[in-house]
Design a protein around this ligand. Structure first.
Ligand SMILES: [Zn+2]
Length: 50
């Protein structure tokens, strides 16, 4: 768990397109930019200190 609960909540809502790395809402099925369906959830474990 991060230090800021609100930030964690925001991060959990983000999905990254594997194709163009655009940030999308995790609720969407397709990338808003390129339309790719290859999405991954944004990992908050890494870069925790940044
Ligand atoms: Zn994309």
């Amino acid at each position: 768990m991060g230090k800021f609960a609100e930030a964690d909540a925001q991060i959990m809502k983000i999905a990254i397109c594997r194709k163009c790395k655009t940030r999308n809402k995790s609720t969407v099925k397709k990338c808003r930019k390129c339309g790719a369906q290859a999405m991954r959830p944004k990992r908050r474990d890494i870069r925790a200190k940044k």
